[in-house]
Design a protein around this ligand. Structure first.
Ligand code: AMP
Length: 399
């Protein structure tokens, strides 16, 4: 059974084709600059060199046609007929409080995704464009939507309602939604598999640390709290996003600088975080390099990031009333040896005994706590595309 997984942005489209008989990736690629000059498609058949083609790509429909052409191509392709495709799975950023699980796409689901566009005005329209283009190109192909927010729908009201007048929640749907749900779900369940224990019996703090970051408390396999919220800026310091900030700071800066909401939003999303503090870069590797050469602001950005992560690990252990595992994933979580080292030292009071000699690992599964540590500390590469492919198979087979 072959499943095409699509992640559509406003001017880009990432794809992976899975053979779900063994969950292998047959091919993957990226279409960039859709609707803009300089469009290109980069296609990679597994274990082969990438094939890059510069070609005008006016819209997502054309982008999908090109992807299918590449998949069928006699030299770089991996299928001989489109009939081999069993279904397509789409990443959809926001499911609001309407979608708590993945769903097979029909007209009602499309309407539901459209209804939450105000909650994700940049992302959901792009996801919808991709779904609609796929319907146009292959109308008979079953399609599934997998939401970044869905895993967090198990949070209790005490974790998702903000302390502002209740009607903003009840009437305006202003609440914590959380994001990166597919990633937190994947690594939490994988951690349970690696530990050989049922996920229902575990209290896990999952740290998804990349350009965007969030930390989640996963109690018994269910998200009970997470650091991202109504939007994607709170929680720990990110590449260019600020993390937790006193809301009055925002009002004060807007007033002092005469900024409107759009300008302030730009500051919070694009000019803050590791980039805003260090003044060097949003990429952690550059900031680590600058700090090693004595750049004090770069060092402060690293110190803040480590401090924020430790603070949430402690907070979520207390929120869950216990801790069995801490998991690191995404770009920094999987590769940031020094950040993990700084976060995990001196966590013995929580029962987590770090083993520095096991920590020199990048991008692969590894337990980095001592053998006798009560709490496991783990590195687990995330695989959101595989979750989307698995959910797609489940939903297509069960109809
Ligand atoms: P992601 O958004 O998950 O792709 O993660 C991107 C972040 O991971 C960037 O800040 C990168 O600097 C960081 N990253 C990737 N490789 C490394 C590495 N070897 N050491 C430290 N950070 C890394």
């Amino acid at each position: 059974m072959k499943v095409l997984v699509l992640n559509c942005g406003s001017s880009s489209l990432k794809y992976q084709l899975f053979d779900m008989t063994d969950e292998s990736v047959l091919a993957k690629g990226l279409v960039e600059r859709i609707g803009i000059d300089g469009a290109r498609i980069k296609h990679v058949k597994t274990d082969r060199d990438p094939v890059v083609t510069d070609v005008p790509i006016p819209n997502h429909k054309k982008a999908i046609q090109l992807v299918l052409d590449r998949l069928l191509d006699p030299s770089c392709g991996v299928i001989s007929s489109l009939d081999e495709l069993a279904a397509a799975g789409h990443r959809v950023v926001h499911g609001g409080d309407r979608f708590a699980t993945s769903v097979r796409i029909d007209s009602q689901v499309l309407k539901g995704i459209e209804e939450v566009v105000p909650l994700a005005p940049l992302h959901n329209p792009a996801n919808l464009t991709g779904i609609k283009a796929m319907v146009e190109v292959l109308p008979q192909l079953p399609q599934v939507a997998v939401f970044d927010t869905a895993f967090h729908q198990t949070m209790p009201p005490r974790a998702f309602v903000y302390g502002i007048p209740y009607h903003y929640y009840s009437e305006n749907r202003i609440r914590r939604y959380g994001f990166h749900g597919t990633s937190h779900y994947f690594v939490a369940y994988r951690a349970a598999e690696m530990l050989g224990r049922p996920v229902e019996s575990l209290k896990i703090v999952t740290c998804h640390l990349g350009n965007g970051s969030s930390i989640t408390a996963v109690d018994g396999g269910r998200s009970v709290d997470t650091t991202l919220g109504f939007g994607t800026v709170p929680g720990v310091l990110m590449g260019t996003r600020c993390g937790d900030v006193d809301p009055l700071v925002v009002l004060s800066v807007m007033e002092a600088e005469g900024m409107d909401t759009k300008a302030m939003s730009h500051v919070l999303h694009k000019e803050s975080g590791v980039f805003g503090i260090s003044g060097v870069s949003s990429d952690l590797r550059d900031v680590e390099e600058a700090a090693a050469k004595g750049n004090e602001r770069a060092q402060l950005a690293l110190d803040m990031l480590v401090y924020h992560i430790r603070k949430y690990i402690g907070a979520y252990a207390a929120a869950m009333g216990g801790l069995d595992a801490i998991v690191f994933t995404a770009g920094i979580g999987e590769n940031g040896v020094d950040i993990r080292d700084a976060v995990c030292r001196d966590l013995e009071f929580l029962g987590a005994r770090f083993a520095p000699e096991k920590n020199k690992v990048r991008g692969k599964e590894q337990i980095i706590s001592a053998d006798d540590s009560r709490v496991a500390i783990m590195v687990i590469p995330t695989n959101e595309e595989l979750v989307i492919a698995r959910d797609t198979v489940k939903l297509v087979l069960t109809r």
